[in-house]
Design a protein around this ligand. Structure first.
Ligand SMILES: CC(C)(COP(=O)(O)OP(=O)(O)OC[C@H]1O[C@@H](n2cnc3c(N)ncnc32)[C@H](O)[C@@H]1OP(=O)(O)O)[C@@H](O)C(=O)NCCC(=O)NCCS
Length: 233
């Protein structure tokens, strides 16, 4: 096998492994292709079409916000599970949480994470749904959640956003925030988001979508503002 073919096989295998990491269901197809290919050239061809098919399907996917039904126990437990995962990730950016983790359990109402019972009073909570149509079938995945909080008369705070690790880097959070911007600016609101200083990924995302970095709220949070009069996306 020539060196450049070998290199393309290696990079395809690496790409396939990174897909498997994010989507374990991909592994079965990958193993089938590897064991059925009779030559490295055949393997390259089959891997290329599998990965292309995956990317094409992804491009066809639609991402939307679906309000969480807080009277539905299945939806509440899904949201709780997501929020627990969110807290586990966010804790590393928050020195206060690191120091006193026991105070911040989900069951404690005076926590950074608000009691679920009061969610419908203060927050609009949404699941972030990814929908893919293939061969006339529709596959819907609940990939994460977004909590929005009306913290002032004309302002909505994007309070929490979370996407499950297996769905990350596919533009899902970006589409969800875009939808929230469209929804709330049409209703006349500006948007804000408070992000931990060390949490760089959401900061990039907000800037890309037209938010402006305004101020540091305390030693660890930065405020981002989307002013409907200044920006259009
Ligand atoms: C932050 C988070 C919601 C992003 O979700 P996501 O669906 O992977 O984000 P997207 O794919 O829409 O990424 C949009 C942009 O954000 C930035 N970004 C997101 N993840 C990134 C990463 N791992 N490395 C570098 N940039 C990243 C990039 O600018 C990216 O645009 P690009 O892919 O065109 O470069 C997700 O990583 C998460 O749930 N993190 C844990 C919870 C959290 O930190 N929430 C935010 C604080 S409230």
């Amino acid at each position: 096998m020539k060196q450049n073919k070998q290199e393309s096989l290696i990079s395809l295998i690496q790409e396939a492994y990174s897909l498997i990491e994010r989507h374990p269901e991909f592994e079965e197809q990958y193993n089938r292709i590897v064991s059925n290919s009779k030559s490295p050239e055949e393997l390259v061809g089959k891997l290329e079409s599998l990965i292309n098919e995956y990317h094409n399907n992804n491009k066809k996917s639609k991402v939307y916000l679906s309000p969480v039904d807080l009277y539905n126990t299945d939806e509440i437990s899904k949201l709780k599970e997501f929020r627990r995962n969110f807290l586990e990730e966010i804790i590393k950016f928050n020195p206060k949480l690191k120091q006193e983790p026991s105070q911040y359990e989900l069951s404690n109402s005076e926590t950074l994470l608000y009691e679920l019972d009061s969610l419908d009073e203060f927050f609009e909570s949404y699941f972030i749904v990814k929908e893919i149509k293939s061969n006339d079938k529709i596959k819907k995945d609940i990939t994460g959640y977004l909590l929005c909080n009306q913290d002032q008369e004309n302002q909505i705070e994007l309070a929490e956003i979370y996407v499950s690790p297996e769905f990350r880097r596919e533009g899902i959070a970006k589409s969800a925030v875009k939808e929230a911007i469209n929804l709330y600016t049409k209703l006349g609101y500006n948007l804000i988001a408070l992000v931990h200083k060390g949490n760089k990924n959401p900061q990039r995302l907000l800037i890309d979508l037209g938010f402006e970095k305004r101020s540091e709220v305390d030693s660890c949070l930065i405020e981002f503002v989307y002013d409907k009069n200044l920006r259009k996306i």
